[in-house]
Design a protein. Structure first.
Length: 126
């Protein structure tokens, strides 16, 4: 079975984005599908073991290392609210790019909006 390096990012229980590289079997699934499943498994094991003290992770981003775009800098979003915010009946989390200050709202678990956002701060100064 082919193995590939998966790069995954998650929000830890303090809201800080962490990154990890994992060697995974590649059977045609997207990096996102695999990584979401890994996080789900991790969370349920944590809850079982530590109950309310569980260190719950929240999916942010995943990609295969060999599909990583070269040279383009993407926004590095960090969650800025501790609890979920709301506007009327719509609940969201607010994320800010650490590099360029771009603000994104994530409604529900739709963290796809944080994926592959080209950062306004590119290395060549554009
Ligand atoms: Zn940015």
């Amino acid at each position: 079975m082919e193995k590939k390096i998966l790069i995954g990012k998650y929000n830890d229980s303090t809201g800080k984005i962490q990154q990890e590289e994992l060697e995974e079997n590649y059977i045609g699934e997207s990096a996102e599908e695999i990584y979401k499943r890994l996080i789900r498994d991790f969370n349920s094991e944590e809850k079982e073991r530590y109950g309310e003290k569980a260190d719950i992770r929240e999916f942010v981003f995943a990609e295969w290392k060999d599909e990583q775009s070269k040279g383009i800098i993407y926004c590095d979003f960090r969650k800025t609210n501790a609890g979920t915010l709301n506007e009327g009946r719509r609940f969201f989390d607010r994320f800010v790019c650490e590099k360029c200050g771009r603000v994104k709202r994530v409604y529900g678990i739709n963290s796809g909006v944080l994926k592959n956002v080209k950062c306004r701060k590119q290395e060549d100064g554009q």
